[in-house]
Design a protein around this ligand. Structure first.
Ligand code: ATP
Ligand code: MG
Ligand code: MG
Length: 369
């Protein structure tokens, strides 16, 4: 069977309307295989769908993951307001199979799912201007706002311990101790940088444990290309990529978004003298997020927002460093020492944010309501 025939066969399992026309690879996702599928009606009028083969090597409990998405998207659809819809905001919508399920499992064990295609909208890999970040922050804020009363504990963890910083540090120490490739000597300074912050890095995990901050439904992949922005108006249209939706803290989502968009250089940039907090972008994302979600956040969550940006960046750096020490098994590398370069970059960003904590706090206070 050719690839095309296989896709056509998979498509025939879903309740797509009309006749299969074509299926082509789509978007720049790194985890799943994504296709744009076109069906046509009798008048040859096309309707597009998104078809995805879920990466079951990353997501071991695919059935649980699909249940998470099913529950969360139907809840969101029941909560979205008329005003939000009028503004063009929409909820990612699953298309059921002919057997009324949210996924189809083929004979090779692959899981397939389908979504309504969000038209005239794009997930941008890079935020050229601050307004894109304002819109992304607003869309993710709205997402959390709509889910603020959802019983988060009823969702499964699609990746166990994803933001368990305590466990991430344990893994780093283990990698340093084992040092299988004798790389630890090349990065003593970085190891020291991380370990000296181990205590503070556990703040959010401990805060959840003690009840100081609430357990919430979190998206956990709040980079800008997971919000589709309208091609004409630039407004946030739809939050996508719900694979990592699970119980967590609102601070994970805010912190990780700032980590991914708030620096002046790319995540693997090596010119660290140029790495600063990009305050224009920081403020734009923060403004959008707090306009939509601010009134739902507790005073403790508010207080820890800047710290969350630092902790999520530190955690990411720890993961890069651990992977470097272990031999680059998890993050794909494209040049020598790539994971060490990434870790250094994250740690420099941590250092900058630590120095700018007062300014970050001031910006947050500006939008606190
Ligand atoms: P990532 O690397 O961010 O984890 P992924 O492999 O999980 O990505 P998605 O983000 O779900 O994949 O989708 C890949 C791309 O497909 C998106 O960046 C977006 O461009 C496009 N896309 C996904 N869902 C839709 C949709 N419902 N409508 C239109 N485009 C979509
Ligand atoms: Mg994505
Ligand atoms: Mg994804």
């Amino acid at each position: 069977m050719t690839k095309e025939e296989k896709l056509k066969q998979v498509c025939s399992q879903f309740t797509f309307k009309g006749i299969f026309d074509e299926a082509e690879p789509y978007g720049d996702g790194h985890i799943n295989d994504t296709f744009k599928v076109t069906y046509v009606d009798d008048d040859k009028k096309p309707t597009q769908y998104i078809l995805q083969r879920v990466n079951h090597l990353v997501f071991k409990n695919t059935v649980g993951l699909m249940e998470n998405i099913e529950h969360v998207t139907s809840y969101l659809s029941s909560r979205i307001t008329k005003e939000q819809q009028a503004e063009g905001y929409e909820i990612l919508t699953l298309i059921k199979t002919k057997g009324d399920k949210s996924y189809f499992q083929d004979d090779e064990g692959n899981f397939w799912r389908a979504y309504v295609f969000v038209k005239h909208a794009t997930g941008h890999t890079f935020a050229e201007d601050a307004n894109m970040l304002y819109e992304a922050g607003k869309a993710f804020g709205q997402f959390q706002h709509l889910l603020s009363e959802y019983p988060a504990e009823s969702l499964i963890e699609t990746i166990e311990g994803f933001h368990n910083t305590i466990w991430r540090f344990k893994n780093l120490k283990h990698a340093v101790h084992e040092d299988p490739l004798l790389r630890a000597d090349q990065c003593r300074e970085e190891i020291q940088f991380a370990l000296s912050r181990e205590e503070i890095a556990s703040t959010l995990v401990r805060g959840l444990e003690s009840g100081a901050i609430p357990l919430r439904v979190t998206h956990n992949d709040t980079k800008i290309n997971n919000v589709l922005l309208d091609d004409t108006t630039g407004k946030g249209r739809c939050v996508i990529d719900l694979d990592t939706v699970m119980p967590g803290s609102a601070l994970y989502d805010y912190g990780d978004a700032i980590r991914s968009c708030g620096s002046t250089i790319a995540e693997d940039g090596e010119n660290l003298e140029d790495l600063k907090v990009n305050f224009e972008k920081y403020e734009a994302y923060t403004k959008g997020f707090l306009e939509a979600m601010g009134r739902n956040l507790t005073p403790q969550e508010m207080k820890w927002l800047p710290l969350a940006a630092i902790i999520m960046t530190l955690e990411c750096g720890v993961r890069f460093l651990t992977d470097y020490l272990e031999g680059d098994n998890y993050f794909k590398i494209h040049k020598e020492n790539h994971n060490l370069i990434r870790a250094r970059n994250q740690f420099k960003f941590v250092d900058e944010m630590e120095k700018q904590l007062d300014v970050m706090t001031e910006i947050i206070n500006k939008y606190w309501r």
